[in-house]
Write a protein that binds this ligand. Structure first.
Ligand code: FES
Length: 181
């Protein structure tokens, strides 16, 4: 399964959206490490666990995890940097993931991506300046027959259109937009 995706193929929802008070990141990191104590190959599960709890991996957790696993900070930082699913900054309050893989590309994913970027005012891989929306690229959501596929806060949307994605984002941000069927 693609790292950062839950079992239905959807991206993990942000646990701590931008603008909300974050829990003590170091305490969270220590608790997640404790839960994996004795596990072999625990680094990736720990990083995923901390990100799930905090919504991202703030820099202060890296030395904690490194020390607990007897790794260098550079080792941990290298893994965090290598996997694009690890966030080093908080996500927006609504996270949209656009499938850019081949089957969705064949049915208009690129045009959809351009339209969604324009509609939401955020570039792929970025978070809008107001912290409202993060737009991620993903590579296959397991919904290839109904592409182009998108998730909005983990909700899978098939045959996605710019209007539908925009309406779902508006709804997620507590706007009163009607969500087209
Ligand atoms: S290629 Fe987009 S869902 Fe599989």
């Amino acid at each position: 399964m693609h790292p950062g995706l839950v079992s239905n193929g959807a991206p993990e929802p942000p646990a701590t959206p931008a603008g909300q008070a974050a829990p003590d990141a170091v305490a969270v990191a220590r608790a997640v490490v404790d839960a994996h104590r004795g596990d072999r190959g625990a680094l990736l599960p720990i990083l995923h666990g901390v990100q799930h709890a905090l919504g991202h991996l703030p820099p202060e957790v890296v030395p904690v995890i490194a020390a607990e696993l007897n790794l260098s900070r550079a080792d941990v930082h290298g893994v965090v940097s290598f996997y694009k699913d690890f966030r080093r900054t908080p996500p927006g309050r609504c996270v949209v993931a656009l499938c850019r893989a081949e089957a969705c590309q064949a049915v208009g994913a690129e045009a959809l991506a351009a339209g969604v970027q324009a509609r939401l005012g955020v570039d792929a891989g970025g978070t809008r300046a107001d912290g409202a929306v993060t737009l991620d690229d993903v590579y296959c959501l397991g919904n290839c027959a109904l592409g182009p596929s998108v998730t909005v806060d983990g909700r899978l949307v098939g045959r996605a259109t710019v209007d539908r994605v925009g309406a779902l984002v508006d709804a997620a941000l507590n706007h009163s937009a009607q969500v087209p069927a």
